[in-house]
Design a protein around this ligand. Structure first.
Ligand code: PMP
Length: 354
């Protein structure tokens, strides 16, 4: 039952969520299959011991911001951190779009791009993708120009398809439109290339969004960040509340950064496991799409995806049901887990499909 005083446009919308079903093998939200290494806990304990909890946190999160910037090879004034990349997206839309402004997304993509935009009173214009799920760049350029859009979203690798977007798409948006371009690289470290490989001068209009939730194995902390030019970063900061990032979050981020080598090993392992999953899924009656992320989109052949989803749950394996998403009829998405989790998933999948 929705409250009668709830904003009328929200009465019609359901919230966004993946069901949190209590099963043994959770491969539905693209988390890291393993926890951060023990050094993370040791570092965190030391950092927390130094926190003055009766004081507000460092408003600029200066140490963390400098650490993130140096890890990604940019200046400290080119980074802003927030509570997950979702908060970065919200602050960016507040600062650079706002009520009545138009943002353009290419469906199917990460649902929160349009969800947050609509919560903030933005208009969302939708364009399609090619058969390989790369963005129809021509259609996006035309939609941005027709609507005089404030923001164009590029998600690369794209969630939930795993598609690595050609860098030319971003270049075209910059050359042929006036919009700011948000490049969501939540899964960037799993991919062979990043928009950061382009000329850094482009960051005057490109906002790269990244997160500690996936590669850094810190989904529970809620930490994400944006990389852009100093003036854009200053703008995004205006969309954030003061003292938004707690001392605990700042400490956790710093502790994680001190374990960077183990992050690189974890990412390499996940990419290797992705290869194992792809090879074994290729033996089964299903279609799968090439992924540059830590998940794989697939569609069972001659079998109902809703039914398969339920049968996997019955066998203790939770994947994401994408069958109701625009353009993804009969598709499911599985997160690359540990070798054991992937085997459990494959066994269950074989049992159901064969
Ligand atoms: N962007 C994309 C493409 C995602 O898939 C996700 C998480 N599913 C996020 C952003 C948000 O991540 P977080 O808020 O945990 O940083």
């Amino acid at each position: 039952m929705t409250h009668p005083r709830l904003r009328p446009d929200l009465q019609l919308r359901s919230g966004y969520h993946s069901p949190q079903v209590d099963v043994e093998v959770r491969l539905n939200t693209n988390e890291s299959p393993t926890a951060p290494p023990p050094e993370f806990n040791q570092q965190l304990e030391q950092l927390i011991a130094q926190v003055s909890f009766h004081r507000y946190p460092d408003r600029a999160a200066a140490l963390l911001t400098a650490g993130v910037a140096s890890a990604d090879g940019v200046g400290s004034d080119m980074v802003v951190c927030a509570n997950g990349s979702n908060e970065i997206l919200q602050a960016t839309l507040l600062a650079f779009a706002g009520p009545g402004a138009t943002v353009v997304v290419a469906e199917p993509t990460y649902a929160l791009h349009s969800h947050i935009a609509q919560l903030l009173g933005c208009e969302v214009a939708t364009v399609g993708r090619h058969g390989d799920f790369t963005i129809d760049a021509q259609a996006m350029v035309e939609a941005v120009n027709a609507k005089n859009a404030a923001i164009a979203f590029v998600c690369s690798p794209n969630n939930p398809t795993g598609t690595l977007e050609p860098l030319e798409t971003v270049e075209r948006l910059l050359n042929e439109t006036d919009a700011m371009v948000i490049v969501d690289e939540a899964y960037g470290q799993f991919a062979p290339r990043s928009v950061l490989d382009l000329d850094r001068a482009l960051l005057e209009r490109v906002i790269v969004v990244r997160t500690f939730s996936k590669t850094w194995a810190l989904a529970g902390v809620r930490l994400g960040y944006a990389i852009s030019s100093p003036s854009v970063i200053a703008g995004i900061t205006q969309g954030l509340l003061p003292y938004h990032l707690s001392s605990l979050t700042q400490a956790a981020g710093l502790a994680a950064l001190s374990t960077a080598p183990s992050m690189a090993i974890r990412v390499a392992n996940i990419v290797e496991q992705r290869g194992v999953l792809v090879a074994q899924m290729a033996e089964l009656p299903l279609t799968q799409w090439p992924s540059a992320a830590n998940f794989i989109l697939f569609s069972p052949e001659g079998f109902d995806a809703d039914d398969l989803w339920q049968q996997l749950v019955d066998r203790g394996v939770l994947v994401r049901n994408c069958a109701g998403w625009p353009g993804l009829g009969n598709c499911l998405r599985v997160t690359v887990g540990s070798a054991e989790e992937n085997q459990r998933f494959l066994n269950a999948l074989r049992e159901v499909l064969q």
